[in-house]
Design a protein around this ligand. Structure first.
Ligand SMILES: Cc1cc2nc3c(=O)[nH]c(=O)nc-3n(C[C@H](O)[C@H](O)[C@H](O)COP(=O)(O)OP(=O)(O)OC[C@H]3O[C@@H](n4cnc5c(N)ncnc54)[C@H](O)[C@@H]3O)c2cc1C
Length: 236
């Protein structure tokens, strides 16, 4: 039960998937992978004007989801105050077209996590978080681009949400039509959707002409493959 590969989030009233529970997963490996695959997550919180949901770039260190933003940002202040939040990520892998409109669906991978915000103040932990943020945007970038100076660092809050409870829900496969509809003269199937990393485009404002570094070329190649693999849509 103690390694990352076998650990699961405890199933409680808060995170148990009721609707189509066979699509649910609670193991840390799956949930962490979904947070890693998503470029951003929605942060849901009880704002001063009612329930509020804000999209934010994030990265992950172990079971902590890391956010950074202006110290003046409402959301960063909220996270820094230790308030409860609900984080969600979702990726769409296909349009599922059934013979009946009732059974139209999406293939997706999604995760929902609950926890509380926490301001990271320890300089070493902040540095680790800054590196993890840079690494998520582009592995290798931290050692290449100019690192944050004192002023930039002071203007930036870094907050973490330790995942207390979480669930994943994944739909794959083809349409699930009613038996009686299978004879209808209507096309049915899946239209796969893939997120694709494309070739880098040079900034025209660059004064020295810098060639695209090898770590970026490697990222472009490997991520095209990663997304292709993760969007494996099977008609079952
Ligand atoms: C891109 C996308 C589009 C969707 N579109 C629709 C739609 O149009 N209509 C529809 O009915 N459903 C849709 N779903 C499924 C939807 O997210 C819910 O699972 C479903 O509506 C049941 O909601 P509920 O609150 O009744 O779930 P419950 O099963 O009662 O939720 C209980 C707990 O289960 C977990 N949970 C629920 N849903 C998810 C999830 N998607 N991912 C991870 N954990 C979850 C959470 O921890 C939640 O607190 C979609 C899902 C995705 C990812």
């Amino acid at each position: 039960m103690n390694t990352e590969n076998t650990r699961s989030y405890e199933q409680t009233d808060r995170n148990t998937v009721h609707r189509i529970p066979k699509r649910a997963k609670y193991d840390c490996e799956t949930i962490h992978r979904l947070f890693d695959q998503a470029w951003f997550c929605h942060v849901g919180f009880a704002g001063e004007f009612g329930p509020t949901n804000i999209p934010m770039f994030h990265t992950r260190i172990e079971d902590q989801i890391i956010f950074h933003g202006a110290t003046t940002s409402r959301l960063m202040k909220y996270l820094a105050n230790g308030e409860p939040v609900c984080l969600s990520v979702a990726m769409v892998d296909g349009l599922v077209l059934a013979r009946s409109l009732f059974h139209h669906s999406l293939n997706y991978r999604s995760a929902v996590a609950f926890g509380r915000g926490e301001l990271i103040v320890d300089p070493e932990a902040r540095l680790r978080a800054f590196r993890a943020i840079a690494d998520k945007i582009m592995p290798g970038r931290w050692n290449d681009a100019r690192q944050p100076n004192e002023l930039e660092s002071r203007a930036t809050s870094i907050c973490a949400v330790r995942i207390e409870s979480a669930s994943a829900k994944i739909r794959t496969g083809g349409p699930l039509d009613d038996k009686d509809d299978l004879d209808l003269n209507v096309w049915a199937g899946v239209i796969p959707i893939q997120e694709r990393i494309q070739s880098p485009i040079d900034d025209p404002n660059s004064k020295p002409k810098v060639p695209v570094p090898d770590y970026i070329k490697a990222f472009v190649d490997s991520n095209t493959l990663q997304f292709t693999r993760s969007n494996d849509v099977r008609l079952t």
